[in-house]
Ligand binder design. Sequence first.
Ligand code: NAP
Length: 224
Amino acid sequence: MKNVTLILGGTKEAAELAAELAEASPDARIIYSLAGRTKEPIPVAGEMRTGGFGGVDGLVDYIRTNGITHLIDATHPFAESISKNAQMAAKLAKISIDVRERKPWHQQAGDRWIKVHDLHAACEAIPANARVLLALGSQNIGEFASRSDVHFLIRMVDEPTAKLPFDNYTIELGKPSDVEHETWILKSHNISHIVCRNSGGSGAYSKIEAARALGVPVIIVDRN
Ligand code: NAP
């Protein structure tokens, strides 16, 4: 039976993994799966499919229909539903699963982290009248709209299609950049706090380094 690998992706590391596997085994079939959240995802080597599977049953069905022999969960560490579904589907379909989870960041000397357990607690931890860089991804910002006293600089990959339900906000379009740029963002918007999750990885770490250098507190949602 031919090996067919399904990579559940959506991260920089997952795209890199697809390229590595394609180079290591040019004849193998590798399918890269995205939820379809961003308009212009990172291009990947090999086949790409987009959109939800329809829960565990849908994923099991996809695995069987496409003769998947190996599943790799390389999704974002806070993408919890798909990871749970993948575990269950691999078990039901009786195929192997490999989980590539990014390690969390660890607090360094100089970091002023306020650790919280969820987005609600993050929202409550913001002091009155703060100026916040909200670096959570567009799906996770709704909770913060209740804070009309706060000015939010909201980082988003794609431009929103409608006005956001916030009283005071500015949109910062794009992905995290290098430390110099993140430092410039924090300074030029007079940011008093960052709100983010402990996503780990190198891509989003520059804001943590910039905050450390400037002494800006980071309200950070911990892993469960
Ligand atoms: P989630 O809450 O775990 O997933 C919600 C639903 O989206 C899943 O039940 C599944 O739908 C579908 N889905 C998620 N990842 C998929 C994938 N790779 N391929 C096909 N369907 C997928 O996930 P999320 O937090 O919305 O994240 C969605 C995607 O964005 C993931 O691929 C993740 O790696 C990426 N991402 C997430 C974050 C984040 O902050 N959460 C950050 C960067 C990138 P069905 O039940 O219909 O199959």
